[in-house]
Design a protein around this ligand. Structure first.
Ligand code: F3S
Length: 647
């Protein structure tokens, strides 16, 4: 029977069950993993706890790319730890300055048709080359590195039929924003977007990467493009043609849903504060004065992205009231842009070239001014994401960002260039300057390598199994779309604490509700109440570990984002869903809740909760598989695996 591309790859990697039913749990063999310096330490601490001599994947890569601001000892200590771990356990290590994980991964390691699990929600970027690439928490990746299959709900596969081609001035970013406009930040939950159609051929690999990358903003499990002639050419340009495998959907296959996007009708778009789906056209916002422009990130800092921005800026200067920073995604493309004089053009215009890293995207440096407006080519504009709580972040293409930097107002590139045809002529190079000297391959035997642990690296806290009778007060009542940035903020200050849970836990929800930590400590045992899409955004499992460390036993929400839900399960926090969402309204901060006979209620997946403060009760449910139930009852994934090993 003809199959779509997603199902073909899944079938090849399926360890159980035999049939693929959307919404049912499937178990997949993982070929490759990636981690980065912000989420990696927790993942490797979990891997160490499994006591294996070496990773069991085909290829695992540890990237040092997010926090390269060594403001004190913490981050360099983490980097040294990660480097020694890579040597000991058989991972490749991409050194600081080599590039952002996703951009380097699809360029240097990715293989069409393989599975990739990464400790980053934008891991689906490698869907650009026909990989099944999924973001997960650190514990899930540790388990995959140990050779265990990954648990996943079989997603519905949505065909996105692309027709025609983009007009110059419109870009892959605008396609991603158009998808967000249609689907919203919740519209991809439980779904995979498979891009097909004649229009696909007009998009180069990094453009496909931009679109696959921002599928994460819709909550999608992943996004994928076929591995076609465009991908083959990209692999040839990377000197890796031998790794190319053609992959596409079978003729006449079926999808769960289909939509068509006419690329020729896509216009320059902008995501307005504070959500990536708050999408408008440029004329709707063009009067807004801008203080900062950032061109960079794994979304939009490819060779062609930077060259297009430089073309708009060439011969002009950055507006007096704007700070423009540019950060190229990989060292490889940076070298090519240097050789061609593109970096010189940018510097001449007044752009500040910052390190090849994530940097400003997660708020590590380049924070906007108080109440400022920052226009960015990255993928998230949640409140506080840029490092300044009251700044307003707008998301655009590199062309719009460059035009905006010149005028100081949100500007269409057509207003600067007039004739946009030169933008349309910019393509990826026929050959990239290949130099992998900043990728360290592991030794054949790492058994004698000593792991170097700085003082900031604290042991991974382990939860306990749920008590038979849980009595806990509500320590936080949150609204809809709480992101993991709201739970554990980014920024250089917080990012350097990620290896030290006792320390970073003191800042949980600090931007959302500064009293949360003291309240949670006072209550001792507590429960968080959330609205829709609780835990959206970044895959950081600190958003589950920190509340757990502070005594949070359960989250009760209207819905919980996929990766965050897995992180809660992995750390033994019960992810409850309201049976009737209206019951959310009857709960108040400080209410004392009680769950009796918790173990059998959890097993039945129906949990009745009594509100002792109000004398009421309400019903919740657990959308968990049998294994996930056992993980929760064990107090988390590590305890569950240890129990399995003993059995
Ligand atoms: Fe880095 Fe931002 Fe991408 S943090 S991995 S550039 S989403």
């Amino acid at each position: 029977m003809p199959d779509n591309l997603i199902r073909k790859i899944i079938r090849k990697h399926l360890t159980s069950p035999a049939e693929l039913v959307p919404g049912e749990e499937i178990h997949l063999k993982i070929d490759q993993t990636l981690t980065h310096d912000i989420t990696g330490v927790m993942s490797y601490l979990a891997f160490e706890a499994l006591h294996l001599p070496r990773v069991r994947t085909e290829c695992s890569v540890s990237y040092l790319d997010h926090n390269l601001l060594y403001v004190d000892n913490k981050t360099p200590d983490d980097h040294i730890f990660l480097q020694s771990i890579a040597k000991k356990y058989g991972l490749y290590l991409s050194r600081p300055g080599n590039g952002i994980c996703h951009s380097v991964h699809y360029s240097r390691f990715g293989i069409p048709g393989k599975t990739l699990l990464g400790t980053d929600s934008h891991t689906p970027t490698s869907g650009a080359i026909g990989m099944l690439a999924i973001g997960a928490g650190g514990m899930d990746v540790a388990v995959a590195m140990a050779g265990f299959p990954m648990r996943l709900k079989m997603p519905a596969v949505i065909r996105v039929n692309l027709i025609n081609r983009l007009r110059p001035g419109s870009s892959a970013k605008d396609v991603a924003l158009e998808m967000l406009r249609r689907f919203t930040v919740k519209g991809g939950l439980g779904k995979v977007f498979e891009y097909t159609g004649e229009g696909v051929k007009t998009l180069e690999v990094p453009e496909r990467g931009t679109i696959a990358n921002m599928g994460a903003e819709m909550g999608a499990t992943t996004s994928i493009f076929p591995a076609d002639e465009v991908v083959r050419k990209f692999f040839a340009a990377q000197g890796r043609e031998k790794d190319f495998v053609p992959m596409s959907a079978d003729e006449g296959c079926e999808y769960d849903e289909e939509i068509t996007l006419d690329l020729s009708k896509i216009e320059p778009l902008i995501a307005c504060p504070d959500m990536p789906d708050n999408v408008k056209t440029i004329p709707e916002v063009h009067d807004i004065p801008v203080q900062q422009v950032y061109i960079g990130s794994c979304t939009n800092a490819s060779y062609a992205d930077i060259k297009k921005a430089a073309l708009v800026l060439k011969g002009k200067t950055v507006n007096d009231d704007v700070s423009l920073t540019v950060s190229v995604a990989t060292r490889q493309t940076f070298r090519q842009l240097l050789k061609e004089g593109v970096i010189t053009d940018l510097v001449d215009s007044g752009a500040r070239i910052t390190e090849i890293a994530c940097g400003a995207c997660p708020g590590i440096g380049q924070a906007p001014p108080t109440g400022g407006v920052s226009v960015r080519t990255s993928n998230r504009n949640f409140r506080g994401r840029g490092g300044t709580a009251d700044a307003k972040l707008y998301l655009v293409s590199p062309e719009v960002a460059a035009a905006t930097a010149i005028t100081g107002f949100i500007t269409d590139p057509a207003d600067i260039l007039g004739d946009l045809s030169a933008l349309g002529e910019i393509r990826e190079p026929a050959n990239y300057p290949i130099d992998d000297t900043m990728i360290i391959a592991p030794p054949a035997d790492g058994s004698n390598v000593k792991v170097i642990r700085g003082p900031n690296i604290k042991p991974l806290p382990i939860n306990t199994p749920p008590a038979e009778r849980i009595k806990a007060k509500i320590s936080l009542k949150a609204g809809d779309n709480i992101s993991t940035d709201d739970i554990t903020p980014g920024s250089a200050q917080f990012s350097s604490m990620r290896s030290n849970i006792p320390l970073i836990a003191q800042y949980a929800f600090s931007r959302y509700d500064p009293d949360f930590v003291s309240r949670a400590k006072e209550f001792g045992t507590s429960i968080i109440v959330g609205g829709e899409n609780y835990g959206q955004g970044s895959s950081r499992e600190h958003a589950a570990i920190c509340p757990m460390y502070l005594g949070v036993k359960a989250v009760i929400a209207k819905s919980i984002a996929r990766i965050h839900k897995n992180n809660l399960i992995n750390h033994g926090v019960i992810p409850l869903l309201f049976q009737d969402p209206a019951d959310y309204d009857g709960l108040s901060l400080g209410d004392e809740l009680e769950i009796d006979d918790s173990n059998s209620q959890i097993r039945s997946r129906k949990v009745t909760i009594r509100n002792l403060t109000k004398g009421t009760s309400f019903r919740t449910k657990l959308d968990l598989s049998d294994i996930e139930i056992e993980i929760i009852l064990s107090g988390g994934q590590l305890s569950y695996i240890k129990k399995q090993k003993k059995a």
